[in-house]
Design a binder for this molecule. Structure first.
Ligand SMILES: COC(=O)C(/C=C/C1=C(C)CCCC1(C)C)=C/O[C@H]1C=C(C)C(=O)O1
Ligand code: AKG
Ligand code: FE2
Length: 362
């Protein structure tokens, strides 16, 4: 096993949830058991009512410049911060390959996966990200993450040699997802009455990272969380949910956790903190989390797409006026990224970094 570099961050022993599951325990170790108020609401009915369905955007209509679909996209961003994209033009065979390879990676023996350790306090490699103390509750999830673009984010020691063709497939997949992100950002800009290339020009060489999340079954899904509530620090996030998995993603809508029913072959897109700041809160990065399932495992493949770390961000003048006072200060995205990855996932708390605190006049 590769040595884990010495780190000032003391996280204690972190059980590997897949190994824990192998012993089929009827109880869950204390570090995974959430406080009463944080425990999940698990879906009791198979499907949520139709008016609570996440919007579906037809990408093939967007590429034809269909104005109604751009309007639907704008509405989805403003009212949901999340949407599912169908007809996204990414080869379904590629989606299947990345899914199979990710699963094969997680099914490797622990010693093999631990050749690519996520050092405490870092976010790349195999392990649990966002753990910073011994008393922090742990997620019922194993993660494997890689920085992809720009080149300097890459740590070649963390790119797995097994399964075969893993790295090539991650590269191919990431090129396709990058194109999709640029296209969606163009249509998001048009829906905001901005020039189509405004975000591409502003972002410079965009940051891109991939994370595979594996949630094994859990004997007490009512006590644990697959992934803690958070908003994404990206501009856009693209989520692929592996076929045949249970419902796991939940988003916070009107103060209620809403389970999201996956649509086969669709990709889930969400607005991240960058777009919330740029639009001065018109589009919000919505809090979300994942829950575990008693019998089924679940796999998700997530791409984070963000501006270059050199870019200075702040609300665009188009979104600030006397009725919409400036809500966020200007800051450097590299600084935000450092802040994001050195704090535990805690709802939307990370964005306080940029919030202008309004005076309480009472
Ligand atoms: C929940 O969000 C994340 O885990 C996340 C992490 C991304 C990263 C990696 C997995 C490896 C390389 C670094 C990087 C921070 C990009 C979200 O990504 C967002 C958060 C920020 C900030 C960002 O730029 O992308
Ligand atoms: O697995 C999921 O559905 C959610 C993943 C997620 O939100 C993330 O990785 O940031
Ligand atoms: Fe997320």
């Amino acid at each position: 096993m590769a040595p884990v570099p010495n780190s000032p961050v003391k996280v204690g022993h972190i059980d590997d949830v897949q190994e824990l599951r192998k012993t089929k325990p009827r109880t869950v170790p204390h570090r995974f058991v959430r406080d009463m108020t944080d425990r999940p609401t698990l879906p009791t009915t198979p499907l949520p009512p139709p008016d609570t369905h996440m919007p579906v955007i037809d990408f093939s209509k967007l590429t034809k410049g269909n104005k109604d679909e751009i309007f639907n996209l704008a509405t989805a961003c403003q009212e949901w911060g999340f949407f599912q994209v169908i007809n996204h033009e990414i080869d379904l065979n590629l989606l299947e390959r990345i899914e199979n390879l990710s699963r094969e990676f997680f099914m490797l023996p622990l010693e093999e996966k631990q050749k690519y350790p996520m050092a405490p306090g870092t976010v790349q490699g195999y392990g649990q990200a966002f753990v910073f103390s011994e008393d922090q509750k742990l997620d019922w999830c194993n993660m494997f993450a890689l920085g992809l673009e720009p080149e300097y984010l890459r740590n070649p020691n963390l790119w797995p040699k097994r399964p075969e063709r893993f790295s090539e497939t991650v590269e191919e997949y990431s090129r396709e997802i990058r194109k999709l992100c640029y296209n969606l950002l163009k249509d998001i800009a048009l829906g905001l009455d901005l020039k189509g290339d405004v975000f591409e020009k502003m972002f410079g060489v965009s940051v891109q990272a991939i994370r595979m999340n594996y949630y094994p079954p859990c004997s007490r899904p009512d006590l644990v969380l697959g992934l803690s509530p958070h908003s994404d620090g990206s501009a856009l996030t693209v989520l692929q949910q592996a076929k045949g998995g249970p419902v796991g993603l939940q988003i916070l809508k009107n103060n209620t956790w809403l389970p999201i029913q996956p649509i086969p072959n669709a990709l889930v897109i969400n607005i991240g903190d960058t777009i919330e700041v740029l639009t001065n809160g018109k589009y919000r990065s919505v809090e979300h989390r994942a829950v575990a399932h008693e019998e089924k495992d679940r796999l998700s493949i997530v791409t984070f797409f963000a501006p270059s770390y050199e870019v200075e961000l702040g609300p665009m003048p188009e979104f600030v006026d006397e009725n919409h006072p400036c809500m966020y200060r200007r800051y450097n995205h590299g600084e935000y990224s450092k802040h994001y990855v050195t704090n535990k996932l805690q709802g939307k708390k990370t964005l306080d970094f940029a919030k202008i605190q309004t005076k309480n006049t009472n």
